[in-house]
Write a protein that binds this ligand. Sequence first.
Ligand SMILES: NC(=[NH2+])NCCC[C@H](N)C(=O)O
Ligand SMILES: [Mn+2]
Ligand SMILES: [Mn+2]
Length: 303
Amino acid sequence: MKIELIGFPMFYGCDRPGVEHGPDKLRENGLVEILKKHNEEVEDFGNIDVMSVDTDRKYASHKSMKYLDEVVDGNLKLAQAVEKSLKAGNLPFVVGGDHSLGLGSMAGVKAASEEEYAVIWIDAHADLNVTESSPSGNIHGMPLGASTGLGDEALTSLYVKGQKVKPENIYIIGLRSVDEGEEVIIREHGINIWRMTDIRERGMDTVIHELLEMLGDSGIGKIHLSYDIDSLDIRLVPGTGTPVEDGLEFEESKALVKAIISTGKVGSIDFVEFNPVIDKDDITLNSSLTMLEAFSEALGNVK
Ligand SMILES: NC(=[NH2+])NCCC[C@H](N)C(=O)O
Ligand SMILES: [Mn+2]
Ligand SMILES: [Mn+2]
């Protein structure tokens, strides 16, 4: 299967400039070569064309969701690109940019086929907020909520109307910063989660086993894997907008990603939230490259 790299150079979803340089910074440091090292067919689609707007216009389109129009516009283009990539039989590998891009990638997956799919969201955060529960108004905290059909119509109807994934097919791993309203959504909608405390108590191997068993029992044959680098421990990712303590170590994160990809069911991937402008001594750049190498190797091993 051909890997199609799609850059999404946007910071509007996190309201912190710098993260829009993530895709090009990773390319300059060998992203395509890393993917090619283990995979025969890799094509760089380039970057999605993100509109530019002054930061003083952040509330111009909505009073409490920042840069709503710009986030929607970019994600419509992304959804189109992802749908096209999937319909051509490729694996879209979307590199951000902030995590609002999950809106576009999940809409693209939904548009490409009727088949039910699972979403695995590796993240310190749940990204399940709706407008009213969001503490920040930042849309990167909302894509997973919107994908289940919760929240503002502008997000829930993006590209494809209504729910993009069933809540019982969502698996979030690495959680340690969850807002009150998100806790309620997790409980009421039966979203599957593993917090860092679960990982520390039972160990990553057990968590992987639990995840794979649940996925197997669900009978779902297709996975969208969304990887937020802030799932990693704060020391490994100083260059991300919302880092959180007590996160995953490389070995844990690599084992998790490899186990998920080796199911052979992953059809689309997001890799988000690397901000080169606030990075310290290229620590986050190197962490990102380390993880991308693990993604590449695991994809290359899928028959
Ligand atoms: N993709 C992310 N890094 N999301 C961080 C979200 C932080 C917080 N829960 C919010 O909604 O503002
Ligand atoms: Mn996060
Ligand atoms: Mn996230």
